[in-house]
Design a protein around this ligand. Structure first.
Ligand code: NAD
Length: 469
């Protein structure tokens, strides 16, 4: 078995203890990762803290050059890294390669962002300017659905702004991130980027640690609430990217043949384990049956299987707990008498598979419509008027994203502007950009990722005010 090390203070650290990493397609342990001890965590945070003193003094253009070189270090290894990602995460290799394409696009895009400096007042009496200074040690906690992309969404802006980082990938998917850390071990000064891995015990220790100044977390809303509590002890700065229950609104003027495959992938990419996946599909009643039939026909054509098999389009869910959660939601919905529209097939034998499952117009108050499934299950819902669908889409504690599908651009823009979410996609499934702020409204999060606004989250303003002599 290959060994994986943490990166602490520029050195590989094998760790006093280790934990299993499970292949979701076989349910077998295929590797072990370090399970970071308290002493190793303290060492990583102390190293980040020491490194901060000099890293913050490095000019931003030098930091920018180093951060953009991180992408160059990864690029030649994408094919191997993608296979490793498939083994620990479950997604098909082609989808894993796409995660790397996005990661490199974001690394390069984020590293071009500029920190603004503003002049507040400039008179003969006084001059006042505000610049942005780094915060200190950032604890970056990334999830198991997009372990690579979502780690670098945090690391790149944190480093660019002059902070140092302790990155912890999710306990279920540590390997690809550890391997990437190994590739960049000698690129940055020791302690500037530390990467540790560990079980469920590790996250809570990081988020109460007095040596951490800022937390950037992606995961579930309940854990986000707990992290906010942990952070209160030392008033740590926080960015939380949490759950979503995104509505897609389909108007009757769409080209069904063109749009249905896009709607399918907006919901089922990564087996539905995506924060901005479509989780409620609202279809205008005049085309409901036709769209639903085309959706089922498309779903039938999609191949579910192990990510390492080249014909697989959807893999297993990432972990056993998630499979149980999604299966329980499906069983409960069936037991309630909700009408099934389609239930697909999965390979026999091991693997955390859940079939593609579509429900036909369930009531708005069913758990299936209210909760975030985070798996390959989707309610199709019929609506009659725009006012009605906007109200139904907004009747959620979440406010991450949503989408509108119509050939009438003015109408689509009007509907989009009435949705209470941080992002709305129009006639395209979830395209995200390093230059566009991404933020959850309501209980979908706190703070912003990406764009200059996202970069500013890793800084504090410092205003200099001086009286002219
Ligand atoms: P989770 O996303 O809530 O994360 C659990 C992790 O958070 C564990 O590793 C745990 O150690 C850590 N944690 C718990 N308390 C903490 C604290 N106080 N400080 C720091 N870390 C703490 O849970 P999960 O079981 O991995 O996934 C559950 C649900 O989360 C899914 O069903 C899905 O809805 C959602 N999810 C969302 C995303 C996303 O991209 N927004 C990603 C993964 C999962």
């Amino acid at each position: 078995m290959r060994t994986y090390n943490m990166l602490i203070d520029g050195r590989p650290v094998s760790g006093e203890a280790s934990m299993p990493v499970i292949d979701p397609a076989t349910e077998n342990e295929f590797a072990r990762a370090p399970d970071c001890s308290d002493a190793e965590l303290n060492e990583a945070i102390a190293a980040a803290s020491r490194a901060f003193k000099s890293w913050r003094q490095v000019g931003i253009e030098d930091r920018r050059a180093l951060v953009s070189q991180m992408a160059d270090r990864i690029e030649p290894h994408v094919q191997d890294l993608a296979r490793l990602l498939t083994q620990e995460q479950g997604k098909p290799v082609a989808v894993a390669v796409r995660e790397f394409d996005s990661t490199l696009r974001f690394m390069r895009g984020l590293s071009t962002l500029q920190l603004p400096e503003t002049i507040n007042e400039d008179t003969s009496v006084r001059r006042s300017t505000t610049r942005r200074v780094p915060i200190g040690v950032v604890a970056a906690l990334s999830p198991w659905n997009y372990p690579v992309l979502l780690s670098w969404w945090k690391v790149v802006p944190a480093l660019l702004a002059g902070n140092t980082v302790v990155l912890k990938p999710a306990p279920q998917t540590p390997l690809t991130v550890l391997r990437i850390a190994e590739l960049m071990a000698d690129l940055l000064p020791p302690g500037v980027l530390n990467v540790i891995s560990g079980g469920d015990h590790l996250g809570p220790k990081m988020t109460v640690h007095p040596g951490v100044n800022k937390i950037s977390f992606t995961g579930s809303t309940p854990t986000g609430r707990r992290i906010m509590e942990s952070a209160s002890g030392t008033l740590k700065r926080l960015t939380l990217e949490l759950g979503g229950n995104d509505a897609a609104i389909v108007m009757p003027d769409i080209d069904i043949g063109l749009v249905v495959p896009q709607l399918f992938w907006s919901a089922f990419t990564n087996s539905g384990q995506l924060c901005v996946a479509t989780k409620r599909l609202y279809i205008h009643s005049s085309c409901y049956r036709e769209v639903a039939d085309a959706f089922v026909a498309y779903a039938r054509s999609v191949k579910v299987g192990p990510g390492l098999a080249s014909e697989s389009q959807l893999g297993p869910l990432q972990n056993a707990r998630q499979r149980e959660r999604v299966q329980a939601l499906i069983s409960e919905s069936k037991a309630q008498g909700l009408k099934l529209l389609y239930e697909g097939e999965v390979p026999g034998g091991p693997g955390f598979y859940v079939p593609i499952t579509l429900f036909d117009n369930p009531p708005d108050d069913s758990k299936l419509v209210v909760d975030e499934p985070f798996g390959p299950v989707l309610p199709l819902l019929s609506f009659d008027t725009v006012d009605e669908v906007v109200a139904r889409a907004n009747a959620s504690e979440y406010g991450l994203a949503g989408s509108v599908w119509s050939r009438d651009e003015a109408l689509a823009l009007d509907i989009a502007s009435r949705l209470e979410t941080g992002t709305v996609f129009i006639n395209e499934p979830h395209y995200l950009s390093p230059h566009a702020p991404f933020a959850g409204h309501k209980q979908s999060g706190l703070g912003i990722e990406n764009g200059v606004d996202g970069l500013l989250e890793f800084t504090e303003p410092q205003t200099l005010m001086w009286r002219r002599s």
